[in-house]
Design a protein around this ligand. Structure first.
Ligand SMILES: Cc1cc2nc3c(=O)[nH]c(=O)nc-3n(C[C@H](O)[C@H](O)[C@H](O)COP(=O)(O)O)c2cc1C
Length: 166
């Protein structure tokens, strides 16, 4: 089993989650790389792709990366976001990621909250399109935390087991 953990992270939250996932999986070969460091997406049994949710969606670099992955690839998405887990904003972004990978096997997704710096929240409060998630994001401080990392590891092992079965 050859696994890649590819991530995009601006303030470090998603990178921390990526490292936990990488530590948590046992595979004959495993690699962890920021998406701009991935030279070749071929030859992996599973690609974990991680991103911060931005504007209810994916950062453009992540869109470009997902579109570069050949059809048939097994994928698992993970994300950090300021808004609530399982909330509408997080769900929208995962839906969008799915819409970009219609010919792939998406084995599952994991999302947890990620701290948003206060100056950022304050700036967003004045923008109508961001206000709703910025209000939710005020309680994301301290995340991702150890409990998030443990949960992500359990999830990642389940994704790997699923990839073996497929
Ligand atoms: C420009 C920008 C837009 C964001 N938009 C959203 C959003 O729509 N919904 C949300 O839940 N969080 C949003 N966030 C919060 C980030 O998803 C969250 O802080 C995440 O953990 C950052 O991950 P990173 O440290 O890996 O970059 C936004 C953050 C930034 C900087």
């Amino acid at each position: 089993m050859k696994a890649l953990v590819a991530y995009y992270s601006e303030t470090g939250n998603t990178e921390k989650l990526a490292r936990a996932i990488y530590e948590g999986i046992e595979a004959a070969k495993k690699e962890i790389l920021p998406i701009n460091g991935v030279k070749n997406v071929e030859g992996y049994d599973i690609i974990f792709c991680g991103f911060p949710i931005q504007s209810h969606s994916l950062p453009v670099k992540v869109e470009v990366f997902l579109k570069s992955i050949p059809a048939g690839q097994k994928l698992a998405f993970f994300a950090t976001h300021g808004s609530y887990r399982g909330g509408e904003f997080a769900i929208q972004a995962f839906h969008y990621a799915l819409s970009l990978t219609p010919k792939h096997t998406v084995l599952g997704s994991f999302g947890c909250r990620g701290r948003v710096i206060k100056s950022r929240i304050d700036a967003l409060m004045d923008q109508a399109e961001h206000r709703a998630w910025a209000i939710e994001a005020q309680s994301a401080n301290g995340h991702p935390n150890e409990a998030d990392f443990e949960e992500a590891k359990v999830w990642a092992r389940a994704m790997l087991a699923k990839a073996y079965r497929h």
